[in-house]
Write a protein that binds this ligand. Structure first.
Ligand SMILES: NC(=O)c1ccc[n+]([C@@H]2O[C@H](COP(=O)([O-])OP(=O)(O)OC[C@H]3O[C@@H](n4cnc5c(N)ncnc54)[C@H](O)[C@@H]3O)[C@@H](O)[C@H]2O)c1
Length: 386
């Protein structure tokens, strides 16, 4: 394998010379074509008593993405576990000889530079879902590994969930629900800070696949829609969605009643919402973050929720995951947090399981993946991760 990596790296240096179309060249195919029986390890969350309740529940350890028979019939070895942390974990045991690692953002296998160094046979890292920040992408690129995810597999699932979270926060829904289950009846306790969504300014930081779907879904609510992104949309699409581009993030944020985060976690977005940036937001701002927990400074969010500067914070992403029992966001006031669930609806699971199977099939045949799935290809990170 060391030889194979050396070969990959030689191929990459060849590819740095201008070629007409490197991605379709024979070199990229060679990177995939290692043949033979593979050891594939999947890291997913365990479903226990829930596993048998739905035949389409494929995203868990027990469901194993529904690809066990298919893989084993071809002679491949398929190991599935939820035990991913530390040197004694099941995952760690298989690191030295696995060929393919499949993981999911809902129960991320953190693939550090140390693990990559130990994984002498590793060729391919697949994310069953979207968001591969649990992998040290620079280390993966340097080692000649391919990293790919099932782009688009759960964008609808997340956009719908964000819309729900916006409404939950704006209408101050959760205190009302708690009153219902604790036997209270105190309309004032809810009504003093419940609003209509209509007329409010909502800004999304990131308007890629999820951000655009969210904006489209918000349009009928008659809000003032803003977006900040590296890229401006085509004027026609912008007009159809009805959102205004804000090139300067710090000019957009103080205008927003509701901020939604829709960028990946990269070196540029890690800790983007720190104490200083949060201090410049409107007092009483609501924040929805289903992108990644580490885009926020954890303690700065908890402090701003305690002071009331942030009037409500909702999302399903934390750092690390699973969130420890003492994570400050579990205890801060005015939150509507959940475990990481928005992108793992049954519909989403079926889509990302099919996407993983498709990429494995292509990998075994030495074929390229759909271009938009690559996060690391031939030593290059996808543009938004650079
Ligand atoms: N909670 C969940 O279950 C779940 C599910 C899917 C995706 N996600 C997260 O949502 C993220 C976005 O998903 P997507 O499918 O919309 O991805 P996408 O690639 O289609 O869109 C990301 C957008 O962010 C923009 N962007 C990147 N870096 C930026 C920066 N520094 N400043 C401004 N804009 C920047 C990009 O230009 C792009 O338009 C994923 O990377 C993942 O972290 C979460």
């Amino acid at each position: 394998m060391a030889m194979k990596r050396a070969a990959s790296s030689a191929v990459r240096s060849l590819l740095t010379a201008p070629t007409p179309n490197p991605s379709s060249s024979i070199f990229s195919r060679n990177l995939h074509a290692s043949g033979g029986k593979k050891k594939i390890v999947g890291v997913f969350y365990k479903a226990n008593e829930y596993a048998a309740l739905n035949p389409n529940f494929v995203g868990c350890v027990e469901g194993a993405l529904g690809i066990r028979e298919w893989l084993e019939a071809q002679g491949h070895e398929y190991i599935v576990t939820d035990d991913k942390e530390g040197l004694d974990s099941e995952l760690e045991k298989h690191i030295p000889d696995l060929h393919v690692l499949i993981s999911t953002p809902f129960h991320p296998a953190y693939v550090t530079a140390e693990r990559i160094k130990k994984a002498k046979n590793l060729e391919l890292l697949l994310t069953a879902g979207i968001g591969s920040d649990h992998i040290d992408l620079n280390a993966a690129a340097a080692a000649g590994l391919t990293v790919a995810e099932v782009t688009g597999s759960n964008t609808v699932s997340v956009a719908e969930d964000e819309l729900m979270r916006i409404l939950i926060l704006v209408r101050n829904f959760l205190p009302g629900y708690h009153q219902a289950i604790t036997g209270e009846w105190n309309v004032a306790g809810i009504a003093h800070r419940a609003y209509d969504l209509e007329g409010k300014t909502i800004g999304t930081v990131g308007a890629g696949r999820i951000g655009k779907l969210l904006l489209q879904r918000l349009k009928p609510f008659n809000c003032n829609l803003l977006y900040h992104d590296r890229l401006k949309m085509e004027p026609e699409l912008e007009k159809e969605i009805g959102a205004k581009f804000e090139e300067d993030l710090d000019a957009m944020l103080p205008k927003c009643d509701v901020i939604v985060i829709n960028t990946p976690l990269t070196d540029k977005t890690r800790g983007l919402f720190d104490k200083n940036r949060i201090a410049k937001l409107k007092k009483g701002v609501l924040i929805v973050n289903n992108a990644r927990g580490a885009i926020m400074d954890t303690q700065a969010v908890a402090d701003a929720c305690s002071s009331g500067h942030i009037a409500g914070y909702s999302g399903d992403v934390w750092f690390p995951q699973p969130a420890p029992k003492d994570h400050p966001w579990r205890y801060m006031p005015n939150h509507a947090m959940t475990p990481h669930i928005s992108g793992t609806t049954i519909d989403a699971q079926l889509r990302y399981a099919a996407g993983v199977k498709d990429m494995l099939e292509r990998h075994f045949k030495g074929e390229d993946f759909p271009e938009q799935n690559y996060i690391v290809k031939e030593g290059q990170l996808a543009s938004q991760y650079r």
